[in-house]
Design a protein around this ligand. Structure first.
Ligand SMILES: [Fe+2]
Ligand SMILES: [Fe+2]
Length: 267
């Protein structure tokens, strides 16, 4: 029987598409004190995950001269948070890809890289937090797809016909992906900053954490294939203009290339 997005969120731990390793990885995001032992432990359950993480850590994106051969070694060189980011990105790949297609995973990675890059350049929020915010911003779409792939197809058709994406989701599912994502991360008890950014990434001015919400809003905008139509108030928040956005776009594309080489993917 088909479940509503809300039912999905309530029973997510029982959904087969949600492997144990993801639950464990998410527990590690919310636990600030989680250390090398916990991270190495979740990796030990999944050899394929470990080898993909090590491949990425050794990619041009991180640019280390010496080869990193273990998770412990990665944590020592990259730091705990960066290593967590990589584990999350790799661990969630199968779920994002199976529910929403490869483009969704690529979009999530690109937004993560964009968010991290803009956070670094503008020195606003912690750039390591920014990566996770970018990566998870559209996680609500996974919930909508888990609820019904067929209905999500209907949403996409409506968008193709010119309906606004959030409105189409509300019409078809009764909830949009920002709200579904917000409820999900709240249920997972992930940090408030993350929940807030997910909820307001299309409407940053309604957020009580405006700077961080504007950051993910801009990052998401620069990841769109079409011409950007960024609200001026968001640019003012960071004292930047459209020429900086063009520059960010180029830099993010370059970073993406060095990231994706590892996965044999094209940007
Ligand atoms: Fe979105
Ligand atoms: Fe997005």
């Amino acid at each position: 029987m088909e479940k509503t997005p809300l039912e999905i969120i309530q029973t997510l731990k029982d959904v087969p598409a949600m492997p144990n390793v993801i639950i464990k990885a998410l527990n590690i995001i919310k636990d600030d004190k989680a250390g090398t032992k916990e991270l190495s432990e979740i990796m030990s359950y999944d050899q394929a995950l470990t080898s993909q993480v090590l491949k990425l850590v050794n990619s041009a994106y991180y640019g280390f001269a010496q080869e990193i051969t273990s998770i412990k070694n990665a944590i020592a060189l990259l730091g705990m948070t960066q290593t967590k980011n990589i584990v999350i990105a790799v661990a969630l790949k199968p779920m994002l890809t199976s529910q929403c297609g490869r483009d969704m995973w690529k979009h999530s990675i690109k937004a993560a890289i964009a968010c991290e890059h803009i956070a670094k350049c503008t020195d606003t929020i912690d750039s390591a937090d920014a990566f996770t915010i970018g990566f998870l911003h559209d996680i609500g779409k996974v919930i909508l797809n888990l609820s019904s792939n067929q209905k999500y197809q209907d949403v996409m058709n409506r968008v193709k016909d010119g309906e606004d994406e959030l409105v189409a989701e509300e019409n078809v599912f009764g909830i949009n992906h920002t709200e579904a994502g917000f409820l999900l991360v709240k249920r997972w008890r992930l940090p408030v900053l993350l929940a807030n950014c997910i909820k307001y990434h299309h409407d940053p001015f309604s957020s009580s954490m405006q700077k961080a919400s504007c950051l993910i809003y801009i990052a998401n905008q620069i990841c769109q294939p079409e011409e950007n139509n960024i609200d001026k108030r968001a640019l003012e928040e960071f004292n930047i203009d459209m020429s900086t956005i063009t520059q960010f776009k180029e830099e993010v594309n370059e970073l993406m290339e060095s990231f994706f080489v590892t996965f044999n993917e094209k940007v």
